[in-house]
Design a protein around this ligand. Structure first.
Ligand SMILES: Nc1nc2c(c(=O)[nH]1)N[C@H]1C(S)=C(S)[C@@H](COP(=O)(O)O)O[C@H]1N2
Ligand SMILES: [Mo]
Length: 161
């Protein structure tokens, strides 16, 4: 026990250090690029989303509305979503190289009722290290393929003519 405690403290402080250095980036075609820490995210309104995993069991995720994050970065929404803005997209990129695409229109409350959150908790606990610290949860999709874990950056782009 005497030997394990210092080791546990050392590993825990390393984990805390890694978490505190983490930022979620919002970049690309945005008026206000962002780098949000987990503390920044924890100050935003909380939202829930459920997701059925590969095995068919349902889990309750908690975090922040993706739309709220995009609004902070000045991403067009509502009445601004017309013309060229309808060819804009969000690319979610993860630490493991996984990436998935959404159109801005499908994410916007003026177009669809799609509940997409950036989650930091599942079933009342922080996300496991292999899935965290953040996971994008696209509620209501028939498979969890776009619900990307180890989310590190949100890139806004536009398909040009
Ligand atoms: N970063 C990242 N997210 C990912 C994946 C991945 O390989 N990397 N796989 C996706 C796929 S195809 C599935 S089916 C689900 C699996 O999530 P689950 O283990 O919670 O069911 O994660 C999705 N999110
Ligand atoms: Mo999958």
């Amino acid at each position: 026990m005497k030997k394990i405690l210092p080791l546990a403290l050392f590993l825990f402080s390393g984990w805390v250090f890694c978490q505190s250095g983490f930022t979620l980036k919002v970049s690309g075609d945005v008026s206000k690029p962002l780098e949000m820490t987990l503390t920044d995210l924890s100050k935003m309104p909380r939202k829930e989303a459920s997701l059925k995993d590969k095995d068919g069991s349902i889990h309750l995720y908690k975090g922040v509305s993706l739309q709220d994050i995009l609004a902070k970065a000045g991403v067009p929404s509502g009445k601004e979503l017309h013309g060229e803005n309808l060819s804009k997209y969000l690319l979610a990129r993860c630490t493991d190289g996984y990436q998935v695409l959404f159109s801005l229109a499908e994410l916007d409350a003026s177009v669809a009722d799609k509940n997409v959150i950036v989650a930091d908790m599942v079933d009342g606990k922080p996300l496991p290290e292999s899935r965290g610290p953040l996971r994008l949860i696209a509620e209501g999709e028939k498979k969890p393929a776009r619900s990307s874990y180890q989310l590190e950056s949100l890139i806004i782009g536009q398909i040009k003519k």
